[in-house]
Design a binder for this molecule. Structure first.
Ligand code: HEC
Length: 402
């Protein structure tokens, strides 16, 4: 196959794997939200049999549902039992496949940034896989250690661990690669919670019942703890997975602080719903935390302080200079038939090969190459800070630049 047909085929593989990944994740997160909500909405009633935590009534799709939860297990194993695991497994498998197709195949552009750390692509891939495994092992040990008996302290330790890991990844990978790596790490923790703790514990419970023994309640409690972690991590993981579209979140020096803020905001929003659904208090303050956290993230990511790139240049900026920079640093990729090997068409349809096209894209150029260092990927065309400053100043007020 020629290079172009090959690139086009990979592009379609990417698209289809991503489609599967999004659909599987919707199913997984949907069932996770559903069961946490169901758990919280259970109410104790006198008529319920012994060993139950409560019941809930629901109406959906034209029918009434009466759900009863048995805390450890029902007296008899039902003939048919629905397990929930393929949503999680499919999400992880398709997510990892997407990571290979996109980030590992193009590690030189997407994972490595020589300005951060000059890694060979295979080294970046090895570190990425190693961190996924290590991250799970550390987290799992924390849950099984004495720390795991205190949910509050475990959450605090988990937060510190994730923020420290975020800092490390931003010192190793490109900003975009680092945030995706964090998303992949948290996603791996969540899927491994299902595969290594929740499902095996449920299997042990069922096996004990088949032997006619009483199942160990600790098995169910451990599974519940992991399930709750998964619930609190869903919002941050989705943010991290879509962050690659927003260079002001990933390609700025405070990207790891933004990860920390998102962990807090995501957990606060989940806490609001968990508490409300449990019929306890309605903690409106969590929305204050969410708004303040996101405002801080936006401020750090470019809205707030004037950056060095926006301070006045030595000589006035001219459009001829802007054009020269874009044509020499961007156009080999951003043109109808890119010169850069492996690009089937102008990336994201962004063509930057004429003065009119450049003027039309002033905003995106300013965001991707001026205020942030998202473009060129891995700074392959070696753009200088002085050039970024010219683009940022022009993009701030294109009409003023002749
Ligand atoms: C090595 C090839 C290459 C070079 C050089 C390059 N880009 Fe890109 N650009 C890409 C790719 C690949 C994407 C798509 C990224 C993705 O899939 O998220 C992209 C996407 C973009 C986007 C759209 C982003 C979006 O999310 O819609 C803009 C805007 C952009 N580039 C601007 C620039 C500017 C400005 C320069 C020069 C300073 C530049 N690019 C240099 C490869 C390149």
């Amino acid at each position: 196959m020629d290079v172009m047909a090959d690139a086009a085929a990979w592009d379609w593989v990417n698209f289809m794997v991503r489609w599967l990944h999004v659909v599987a994740a919707v199913a997984w997160i949907g069932s996770s939200f559903y069961f946490i909500h169901l758990d919280a909405s259970l109410r104790r009633r006198d008529h319920l049999p012994a060993g139950t935590a409560g019941e809930a009534w629901q109406i959906h799709g034209g029918g009434f549902y009466n759900m009863v939860k048995y805390t450890v297990a029902p007296p008899h194993l039902p003939a048919e039992l629905t397990w929930f695991k393929w949503e999680a497994y499919t999400t992880w498998i398709s997510g990892f496949a997407l990571m290979v197709v996109l980030y590992y195949r193009s590690a030189d552009l997407l994972l490595v940034d020589p300005d951060v750390l000059a890694l060979e692509p295979w080294q970046a891939v090895a570190i990425s896989v190693g961190l996924l495994v290590l991250g799970w092992v550390v987290y799992d040990r924390m849950c099984r250690s004495p720390l795991g008996r205190d949910d509050g302290r475990l959450a605090a330790a988990g937060f510190v661990f994730l923020v420290a890991t975020a800092w490390v990844t931003t010192q190793v990978f490109s900003g975009r690669g680092a945030l995706l790596q964090m998303g992949a790490l948290i996603g791996t923790m969540m899927a491994a919670n299902v595969a290594m703790v929740i499902i095996p514990n449920q299997r042990r419970t069922v096996a004990a019942m088949l032997r006619g023994e009483a199942p160990d309640p600790a098995l169910g409690r451990a599974a519940k703890q992991r399930s709750l972690h998964n619930n609190y991590l869903t919002l941050p993981v989705v943010f991290l997975m879509i962050s690659n579209h927003y260079p002001l979140a990933f390609a700025t020096p405070y990207n790891w602080v933004i990860v920390a803020l998102v962990l807090v905001v995501g957990a606060a929003i989940r806490h609001f719903f968990n508490s409300r659904h449990a019929g306890k208090s309605t903690p409106w303050w969590t929305w204050g935390v969410a708004v303040a956290g996101m405002a801080a993230a936006a401020w750090l990511g470019g809205v707030g302080p004037t950056r060095p790139v926006q301070t006045a240049a030595a000589s006035p900026v001219t459009f001829a200079h802007v054009e020269e920079i874009v044509l020499s640093r961007c156009s080999m990729c951003h043109t109808a038939s890119p010169v850069w090997e492996g690009l089937p068409a102008a990336p994201r349809g962004v063509v930057l090969d004429s003065p009119e096209a450049i003027r039309r894209h002033a905003g995106p150029i300013g965001i991707h190459a001026g205020l942030s260092t998202a473009m060129p990927p891995a700074n392959v065309t070696q753009m200088t800070d002085a050039e970024r400053r010219v683009l940022a100043l022009w993009a701030a007020d294109p009409a003023a630049v002749r």
